[in-house]
Design a protein around this ligand. Structure first.
Ligand SMILES: [Zn+2]
Length: 137
C-alpha cells in the first residue's frame, strides 16, 4: 500500500480515534516510512513483514512493544504490517494475480476493492484502540 493509506488515512484515523495531531503525525510517519526501513526486496525476513500471514505476527509483536513502552513509532509499524496483511493477502498471491492483469495493483488504494478498504480501516482502528486500552490498563 502506498502513502494514501500508510500516511494520509492513518493520520486521519488516528486523530479520529483520539490521538493528538502530533501523535497522529508520528504514527503515520512511522507507518509510511516502514517500507524504506524494511524494504520487502531486501531480504526474506523483510518480506514476512509485508505479507500475510506472517505480517499479522509482526503487527502483534510491534503492538506489544508499542504498548509496553508507549512507543508511537512501534504503533505505526504495527499498523503498517496489519494494513499490508489485508491488502497483500497471502505471500505474494495478489501481486502475482495482478501481474496477469486480472486485478488492480494491490498497492494502489484508489483501485482497491471496497472490502479491502473496509478491512484495512477496521484493522487500523482496532489496533489504535487496543493500544490506548493497553496503555490505560
Ligand atoms: Zn509494506
Amino acid at each position: 500500500m502506498g502513502p494514501q493509506v500508510h500516511l494520509k488515512l492513518t493520520r486521519i484515523w488516528a486523530m479520529e480515534e483520539g490521538f493528538s495531531e502530533r501523535e497522529a503525525e508520528l504514527i503515520a510517519h512511522a507507518d509510511s516510512g516502514f517500507d524504506r526501513r524494511y524494504p520487502a526486496r531486501a531480504s526474506f525476513v523483510n518480506i514476512t513483514r509485508h505479507f500475510a500471514p506472517t505480517a499479522w505476527i509482526w503487527s502483534l509483536r510491534y503492538l506489544g512493544l508499542a504498548a509496553r513502552w508507549g512507543d508511537l513509532m512501534m504503533l505505526g509499524y504495527s499498523l503498517h504490517c496489519a494494513q499490508d496483511g489485508v491488502a497483500h493477502g497471502r505471500i505474494g498471491t495478489r501481486h502475482l494475480v495482478q501481474a496477469t492483469g486480472l486485478r488492480p495493483n494491490p498497492d494502489v488504494w484508489e483501485a482497491s476493492p471496497a472490502g479491502v478498504k473496509r478491512r484495512t480501516e477496521a484493522v487500523t482502528r482496532e489496533r489504535l484502540r487496543r493500544f490506548r486500552k493497553l496503555r490505560a490498563a
